[in-house]
Write a protein that binds this ligand. Structure first.
Ligand code: PLP
Length: 388
């Protein structure tokens, strides 16, 4: 077997040489002879050759992700969407059917509904919260089942093992968007999914300065994805790869601290529910969360996002949002800076108010991604904004 052309887990030895890896920007690399050129060209060798076919900084990042996820390997991309679109495109052909969760990142829906369908793929929707509906949908053959958990922005939790079992029994593979809860919060491959995709723009980068994505899983599924990457060209560049390596040693610390702060904020604000400044708090680690037991069974914590439903619908949420002083009014999540968004204006703006309501997304929903500013600072900001 030829060596994998992407990063694989490797045992950690003693730290030798420069502790910070060199950044290699060279797009091409001199080779000793024609045989080396032949081997690279034939895809038999990985190493420094031509940057789109892989490079040291990218492979180092991939190795870390593979290790973290307990995967055979990982393939890194220029963005989370490049990773997700490659995972889908590499495993689908005209005539195939995909089951796409209604509760999935909007960019993934847009790619499936605008692009996959143009190439003859049928895209059918299902709710990942309705296992009976999924079972019925799987009566017709499907190649892939695509879903996420926890669900953005309601923070409902999907029974990942159950979705995997249904898909597997029907001969379908599962592609899981793990962005919202990466390890150490949740290890999706351990829950049985075939491929886990991350927007590395979020927690893996962690400092709101890198756009990147990555897919991890088994070799048999990664080979076609790497081959698609070299053909389509959306490879992760060395500079963002280097920043991801820089962020890596603090990943677990950041995630744990942000998660602890998110839990503390959710618990504290829970006391305010009775006062009426808030209608609802969704956070999977609160005991009154509808999927709390399930969250406990498949996650190591409730994650770093808290969703608040404010009185007064969209105007009410908008007013609170505009009064925030410390929490940035910005899309994205997973970074050390706390960010707030209004899904009705952003990720779910394309849905009608009735569709949003059916999906459980109140117009007054404010999503807060909790960073590292400290619980006191963030609570004071939220409470001042809620008080009017
Ligand atoms: N998946 C989820 C859950 C996301 O939140 C995002 C981005 O917001 C993506 C995928 C896409 O990632 P990127 O913006 O890095 O392309």
């Amino acid at each position: 077997m030829t060596e994998p052309l992407y990063g694989t887990p490797h045992p950690h030895g003693p730290l030798l040489g420069p502790l910070s890896p060199p950044l290699l920007r060279s797009t091409t690399a001199g080779q000793p002879d024609a045989e080396a050129l032949r081997a690279f060209g034939a895809g038999e060798r990985s190493g420094e050759f031509y940057q789109r076919l892989g490079h040291g900084n990218g492979r180092a990042f991939e190795s870390l992700v593979a290790e973290l996820e307990g995967a055979d390997g990982a393939v890194a991309f220029a963005s989370g969407m490049a990773a997700m679109s490659a995972a889908l495109a590499a495993h689908l052909r005209a005539g195939d059917r995909v089951l796409l969760a209604e509760e999935i990142y909007g960019g993934t829906s847009a790619f499936a509904l605008h692009d996959l369908v143009r190439f003859g793929v049928t895209v059918d929707r299902f709710s990942a919260l309705d296992l009976g509906g999924l079972r019925a949908a799987l009566q017709q053959p499907a190649r892939l089942v695509v879903f996420e958990s926890p669900i953005n922005p309601t923070l409902r939790v999907v029974d990942v093992r159950a979705v995997v079992a249904l898909a597997r029994a029907a001969g379908a593979r599962t592609v899981f968007d793990g962005t919202f809860a990466p390890p150490p919060i949740q290890r999706a491959l351990d829950l049985g999914v075939d491929l886990v995709v991350h927007s590395a723009t979020k927690f893996f980068g962690g400092h709101s300065d890198v756009l990147a994505g990555v897919v991890a899983g088994r070799h048999e599924l990664l080979g076609p994805i790497e081959a698609y990457r070299r053909r389509s060209g959306a490879v992760l560049a060395p500079d963002p790869a280097w920043l991801l390596l820089r962020s890596w040693p603090t990943l677990a610390l950041r995630v744990q601290a942000q998660q602890a702060a998110a839990l503390a904020i959710a618990q504290e604000l829970h006391h305010d529910l009775r006062a009426g400044s808030l209608q609802q708090i969704s956070y999977p680690w609160l005991v009154d969360h509808p999927d709390h037991a399930l969250a406990r069974a498949q996650m190591q914590g409730g994650g770093c996002v808290v969703s608040l439903t404010l009185p007064g619908g969209l105007p009410g949420a908008r007013a609170v949002f505009d009064r925030l002083q410390r929490i940035a009014r910005a899309p994205s999540h997973g970074g050390v800076e706390s960010l707030a968004t209004l899904p009705a204006f952003t990720t779910h703006a394309a849905l009608s108010p009735a569709q949003r309501q059916r999906a459980g997304i109140a117009d007054g929903l404010l999503r807060v991604s909790v960073g590292l500013e400290g619980v006191e600072v963030l609570l004071a900001d939220l409470r001042a904004a809620l008080r009017r």
